[in-house]
Design a binder for this molecule. Sequence first.
Ligand code: T1G
Ligand code: NAD
Length: 646
Amino acid sequence: MSVVTISRNGDIAVVTVDNPPVNALSQALRRGLWDAVETLDADPQVRAVVLICAGRTFIAGADVTEFGKPPLEPHLPDLVDRIEAAAKPWVAAIHGSALGGGFEVAMGCRFRVAVEGASVGLPEVSLGIVPGASGTVRTPRLAGVEAAVDLVTSGKPVKAAKALSLGLVDAVFAGDLQANALAFARDALTRELPPPVLARPVAAPDAAFWDEKRKAVAKAAKGAEAPLRALDCLRKAAEAPFAEAMAFERQTFLDLRASDQAAALRHVFFAERAAPRPAHLKGADPLPLRSAGVIGGGTMGAGIAAALRDAGIPVTLIERDDEALARGMANLRGIFDGAVKRGKLSEAQAEAHMAGVTATTDYAALSDADLVIEAVFEEIGVKRAVFDRLATACRADAVLATNTSYLDPRLIAEGLPHPDRFIGLHFFSPANVMRLLEIVPVPETSDRTLATGFALGRMLNKVPVQSGICEGFIGNRILKRYRAGAETLVRQGVAIADIDAAMRAYGFAMGPFEAQDLGGLDIAFLQREGARAAGQDVPETLGDILVRANRKGQKTGGGWYDYAPGERRPQPSAAVAELLADRITGRTQMDPEAIARHLVGEMAAEGRAILDEGIAASPADIDLVEIHGYGFPRWRGGPMFAASRA
Ligand code: T1G
Ligand code: NAD
């Protein structure tokens, strides 16, 4: 079947794009659209054209799989110009998402209409590039410079209603898009047409505007190059003639497309899209997830319950007694209240989220749950007791999951009837925010249960990554190596503050030591002590010395750093220098790049060991774990990608 077909509705032509899965602008589609313009220009019966797409979405952009290859004609900017220069007005009829090149094609049309629920945007910066077919030049002409700056430098799409208020689309309809678009086109033909977007004026803001935007964009970009380069393009578009701005955008696009950052971001793009549907589970049908139970309403349980409610799943929250239950519900309420404050939920939505939670201490309430996630204290005895009760309370086919961080899930599952339904689902704190979900099967776990874990990941909009069983699974195991590597540098004489600064300069929001001060040094300490008590040989860490001196982090007024009362700004600590003095044996000098290269190299080395042991399935999975669970800068592509390029 052809990717572009033309049909008629009286004197209006309907051009339908059908290029699954997302109508990406492959060479065949660009050619098909070009030919359609030519055909319809030559047809005296046709007075206007509606451009509409089959399938789940309008054109979702350039075909990302073509990025590494030599560009083939017709080029996208030329196609957009050609549509704009068509002898008849084109109307883009948008459903799903009009993204990147897809929205640029829509801007080549004389009008844009959309269904409710559609969104439009220019996500190119999230791929390390700038729009390459006039996005930075036409958007300010359509919606003004300020709106264009927000749209292009954030890369975040906007919903139809917002797009309408910004002038990005001309009308939004409920109901049948094609019928409405045809009616819109007929009506438009009764009036004088607006000028094509290229001919519309743009008001150039003053230099102060650009200075302020540059500061804000640089702050949000955290080292990513594309948003700032996009800002340069927008300024050019506001200040220079159309053709000059187009040439500038093109050159910037070509420069960035060949950059390391763009390669890294493409790698992450495909890794993220592959992760939710692993190939080895193709034939496995997940169980339906209509209701869930959560055991434990502490930090993780409340966060997990919130994530489930965000996805519309009814939750039964179980605690050990009424008092703990009330605390759990208060935790949950706190999460939703915070979301209301930040404008993420309306009051009514927060109420509905709370109303969907049944709080009880009675396991009988779980008799029909499809999935139960345990998030109680990290103690094997407590967890085993919980699963004993779940074994009798739940349906035999209900999936039973543990959120353990460090315990061996095989030990938790021991003795459980129907162990094929048992699985580890390792969420990250805060569980309703962090996108990583490590999925940890035990040997008995069935493919169906595993597939259900991945289905849950998709429903919660998580990035699910399968991990084999080892201490700390993929993420915390690499974290341990990273922290140990950082401590080794301290022993060699590198300053704590220099290490943190180097990792921030690399792109992390925080360095390894300030991050420990924020989270608390005691959790890892207790875990090491537990292992020591069990007879394992765990050498003393520098962190142990600090915890023993009651320096557990910000919560005790100091950890690796000192903190002034009520302040979160880390100050190098004379007390720490003294405590660690006899462990610091060198005077090593390292520049920030060398520190970061070394520590990322440590992460990658642990990653390779993890791959060799079959704990992770691919380097890309490890990269996703680090990016979505540990703040690794996305534009570096993850430690495995970064190390492969170093
Ligand atoms: N190119 C090629 N393949 C793509 C693709 C694209 N742009 N977008 C998605 N896919 C594949 C994806 O890998 C997956 O494949 C399948 O489609 C379904 O994707 C010149 C420079 C549209 C919101 O960044 O945001 O235009 O795994 O699971 O959840 O300025 O896809 O099935 O084999 O994500 O329904 C800008 C990215 C490009 C859009 C649909 N465009 N896509 O979400 O499906 S740059 C984007 C999306 C550009 C111009 C430039 C989403 C979606 P497989 P999915 P979904
Ligand atoms: P927490 O102490 O904040 O919460 C544990 C909750 O479990 C408490 O509310 C407690 O009342 C409840 N509880 C204890 N025994 C119970 C029982 N028998 N029945 C019902 N409820 C019971 O702990 P947390 O930080 O939420 O950790 C929970 C689990 O999640 C642990 O296994 C931990 O390792 C894991 N985890 C924690 C994090 C994190 O960052 N905190 C991240 C990932 C995984």
